[in-house]
Design a protein around this ligand. Structure first.
Ligand code: ATP
Length: 210
């Protein structure tokens, strides 16, 4: 099964990479497609340019056959909704193959604010990585009900059905965020245990996050 991993990746870090590597093992994913997003103008802009974010992902996944990079959202002049991108991917792959979208626990909680969020499960499964510091239940009883309705603990279901399940994976907790990394770099603190070395070298070379 293939899974798409969307995010800003400003920068990509071990919280991303280690969580989804553990997830891949737990649910037998054979490919994770990293898809950096184009940030809408009304949101806080990434500090790194699209090109720099792309390059950092490339450096982080070099020689790792589990990962590929899809720049379709970055290349567009305008930001795209996840649901629209998934519809496009579905049109390419057809409706039969299982497809998953990976999010962290924080994104699961905010999912009901995403554009056409209730359509997401008709297009893909949602695979959720644990993240420390976020509640395990949704904000309202209705949303919790939605979660319970779709939630599965069966890995087999993820492979047998093309879409429609939410799997909360028992991934290890990584207390790492891109915000923390940007703050540490701005304060001149080391980030060797948070970001892969080639990415960190690139960050220094480009004078990023100072
Ligand atoms: P920022 O601090 O700038 O908001 P971030 O570290 O949350 O960034 P994003 O690129 O916004 O990183 O995240 C992409 C996806 O990765 C999201 O679904 C997010 O929930 C997930 N994610 C990020 N960090 C972790 C982590 N430490 N553990 C599990 N999931 C994570």
């Amino acid at each position: 099964m293939q899974a798409i991993y969307g995010g800003t990746f400003d920068p990509i870090h071990y919280g991303h990479l280690n969580s989804v590597t553990a997830l891949a093992e737990q649910v037998s994913l054979h490919q994770i497609i990293i898809m950096p997003n184009n940030v809408p103008p009304h949101r806080p802009q990434p500090e790194a340019t699209s090109e720099q974010r792309r390059k950092m992902v490339e450096l982080a996944i070099a020689n790792n056959p589990l990962f590929t990079l899809d720049c379709r959202e970055l290349k567009r002049a305008t930001p795209s909704w996840t649901v629209d991108t998934l519809e496009e991917v579905r049109a390419e792959k057809g409706n039969q193959q299982p497809l998953a979208f990976i999010i962290g626990q924080d994104s699961l909680l905010s999912l009901p604010h995403w554009h056409r969020w209730e359509s997401l499960l008709s297009l893909c499964h949602l695979l959720v990585c644990q993240r420390p510091g976020y509640p395990l239940t949704m904000e309202t009883p209705e949303r919790q009900q939605w979660l319970e309705t779709h939630r599965t603990s069966s890995v087999a279901s993820l492979h047998q059905q093309p879409a429609g399940c939410i799997f909360i994976a028992p991934t290890p907790l990584y207390d790492i965020s891109a915000t923390l990394i940007r703050q540490r770099l701005a304060a001149g603190q080391p980030c060797d245990d948070l970001v892969p070395a080639p990415v960190l070298n690139f960050i220094h070379q480009q004078h990023l996050y100072r």
